[in-house]
Design a protein around this ligand. Structure first.
Ligand code: DGL
Length: 260
């Protein structure tokens, strides 16, 4: 049954990221909440966020959240570690439930003593993961691995360039690490490669635990599983990439940055 493009979504959940990374979270949400409608926002004209100043990312997160609320979102999932690490306090003033991707991954990782974290420059510089893990008495090794984001956005996660970059980044990872947090929602697409390079590490990403946290709090919902995708960049390029990532996007709408 094809959705009526004009029918209002039923209390949709708004999910956003700088690009396609948040699709890892969206897909986990759709698995646990098949009866929910979703609005997904990929800020593809302004990706990457991780190398931009925190104040700018805070502004982007605020604008996008306002846009999603105007489209009817009843809750927000910040499916971006960079935005989660710098903008949560602002977004929690919006009066709707707001979910981040950091706390769920920390809760998983806290089962281990020596934990590694890889993420964008902004996420690692914010210390959001390190502070939470160290407060729980864990030993933490953290590294900014920004090149992984364009590798995924360019569709190169299976290419030799991804392996070269991953080897370079993991060179200095201590032998005693037990788990590695993929502290950027783009990184789960690199899981097969990272697992091949460091098979002894438990790779932890936020998608499943975040989806469980949302499902526990919001419940199944009255929708039909419809997803509308909003992008600030080229909708066709986005649709093709989402398809390759196994997150087919039927309804993609272009949003002009001036409309935010
Ligand atoms: N996927 C995002 C994150 O989790 C943003 C990556 C970026 O745009 O630099 O941090």
């Amino acid at each position: 049954m094809s959705p009526d493009a004009h029918a209002p979504l039923e209390q949709p959940i708004g999910v956003f990221d700088s690009g396609v990374g948040g699709l890892t979270v969206l897909e986990a949400l759709r698995r646990v909440l098949p009866g929910r409608d979703f609005l997904y926002f990929g800020d593809t004209a302004r990706v990457p966020y991780g190398s931009k100043p925190p104040e700018l990312v805070r502004r982007f997160a605020w604008e996008i959240s306002g846009f999603l609320l105007r489209q009817g979102a009843a809750a927000l999932v910040v499916a971006c570690n960079t935005a989660s690490s710098v903008a949560l306090d602002d977004l929690r003033r919006l009066g709707v439930p707001v979910f981040d991707v950091i706390e769920p991954a920390v809760a998983e990782a806290a089962r281990h003593t020596h934990v590694g974290v890889i993420g964008t420059r902004a996420t690692v510089a914010s210390g959001a993961y390190q502070a939470r893990l160290e407060a729980r008495g864990r030993r933490v090794w953290a590294l900014a691995t920004p090149l992984f984001v364009p590798i995924v956005e360019e569709g190169l996660w299976n290419d030799g360039v991804a392996e070269l970059v991953a080897r370079h980044y993991l060179e200095g990872a201590p032998d005693e690490l037990e788990a590695l947090i993929l502290g950027c929602t783009h990184y789960p697409y690199l899981k097969p490669l990272l697992a091949r390079l460091r098979p002894e590490l438990r790779l932890i990403d936020s998608a499943e635990p975040t989806a469980r946290a949302v499902a526990e709090r919001l419940g199944p919902g009255p929708g039909t599983g419809r997803v509308v995708h909003y992008v600030t960049g080229d909708p066709e390029a986005y649709r093709a990439l989402a398809e390759r990532l196994g997150a087919g996007a039927d309804e993609v709408r272009k949003v002009e940055l001036g409309a935010l």
